[in-house]
Design a protein around this ligand. Structure first.
Ligand code: RNT
Ligand code: ZN
Length: 414
């Protein structure tokens, strides 16, 4: 153990915090890492650049252009990430090998190569997302809420095929698979009818859930959004719509912290949902003005999110997934920085004596509560973080390694 860590251990002990125990706990909290940071959400099935209100900006060299490159980048990036990892895939990453098959007919076999790869990396499991954007059947910006019955049917069938694939993932890893439903449906300008599209979405979701999937293997979540680029005025899958739908149908809500008004906080929504749900899913991201997908950094709100997970004993209940995409910097650095920021936030939260702070709150001693919370901020958190990295055979410094990979591998991609 380093001298710095020993000092930190002693200081935290004065607050009643066991740093060794915190490190051990952190190692066990899985984070589901999105595959789509590596190729700017383009996918492998020919759908092309992300559409439907999401956009990747920047043209940093080295975007993974195919399955092999994406796997190589994931392997490298994951090797620099501490802790337990899951892989979060989108359906558009099906490995079709030239087969002409559309998204409503995707099968487990189209994801077999991913399972093999995830097993090679020793990952804990795979999570999944139907891809209802970047496709010709997004008609007039609508999918599951489209007035065109054929369009709705296509996307319902896509979601059902995704549930089958998710069951396959769960079987392969003996670990439940989270299937997150997000649709881009909405309108740029003031609609004449806000209800009917929502009733159609409700009916589509009912049909998807009626397919008879195995709930012990698959957790279905619905992800709301306040607005997207080009769909500023109305979002069919709004927060109220999905929270009520999830509650009534016993499925899960997914909270993306880039999907709310800037003064709303997902850290406050997590405990609100924990009062009613046994599971809550997250897309951890960083909203900056109009963008909802900047690389996750160790900011105050991220720490608050982590605190809500840790202090409510909700490590098993809250499914942590990452969701951001930046094409203006080295994409591997984006991946690693965001994943490490999430882990740092969790460690920060694990290094707080929550029991004591709750006691102070219940005594209404808000003076002590404020003072104590501030004291934590100046404790040698970085020393504990470094000790954790060391125990995972990693160092704080990883830029040089990423630069090296960039010079040898990424620069060759034109
Ligand atoms: C979009 C949603 C959605 C996507 C990914 C690619 O606003 O956040 O989760 O980012 O599915
Ligand atoms: Zn999201």
């Amino acid at each position: 153990m380093s001298e710095g860590y020993l000092i930190a251990k002693k200081l935290y002990a004065e607050y009643g915090v066991d740093t060794d125990a915190a490190i051990a706990k952190l190692r066990d909290i899985p984070v589901s890492i999105h595959c789509w940071q590596g190729d700017d959400v383009v996918g492998l099935d020919g759908g092309g650049a992300a559409s439907g209100g999401i956009q990747t900006t920047g043209n940093y060299p080295g975007r993974a252009r195919n399955f092999e490159e994406l796997k190589a980048d994931i392997k490298k990036a994951f090797s620099l990430m501490p802790g337990k990892k899951r892989l979060n895939l989108h359906a558009s990453y099906a490995v079709l090998d030239g087969e002409r098959v559309d998204r409503d007919k995707y099968l487990p076999k189209h994801f077999e190569p991913w399972v093999k790869f995830a097993k090679e990396l020793g990952l804990q499991g795979v999570d999944f997302n139907p891809t209802m954007f970047s496709h010709k059947n997004v008609k007039d910006g609508l999918t599951l809420s489209s007035p065109d019955e054929n369009i709705r049917k296509f996307w319902i069938d896509h979601c059902i095929s995704c549930l089958r694939i998710a069951e396959y993932f769960a079987d392969e890893f003996k670990s439940a698979c989270l299937v997150n439903i997000w649709i881009p449906d909405g309108f740029k300008d003031v609609p004449a009818d806000r209800l009917t599209p929502r009733l159609r979405l409700k009916d589509s979701l009912d049909k998807i859930l009626a397919c008879g999937y195995d709930k012990s293997k698959v957790t279905v979540a619905v992800e709301s959004k306040v607005f997207g680029i080009g769909v500023e005025s109305y979002t069919v899958g709004s927060n109220e719509f999905y929270q009520n739908y999830a509650a009534k149908n016993d499925i899960c809500c997914l909270l993306d912290n880039g999907h709310y008004h800037p003064l709303e906080f997902v850290s406050d929504k997590i405990p609100a949902l924990l009062a009613f749900y046994d599971k809550v899913a997250l897309h951890v991201t960083r909203g900056v003005r109009w963008d909802s997908d900047h690389v996750v950094l160790l900011e105050d709100e991220l720490k608050e999110i982590a605190k809500e997970i840790v202090r409510n004993d909700a490590v098993e209940k809250v499914k942590i997934g990452l969701d951001y995409f930046d094409a203006s910097i080295n994409r591997l650095s984006a991946w690693v920085t965001g994943q490490r920021a999430m882990q740092k936030a969790l460690l920060y939260a694990l290094l707080i004596n929550h029991k004591e702070l709750k006691r102070v709150q219940d005594m209404a001693d808000f003076t002590a509560l404020m003072v104590k919370q501030e004291e934590y901020k100046a404790l040698p958190f970085g020393m504990v973080w470094r000790e954790y990295l060391k125990s995972e055979n990693l160092a704080e410094e990883y830029l040089a390694e990423i630069r090296n990979y960039e010079n040898i591998i990424l620069k060759e991609r034109k």
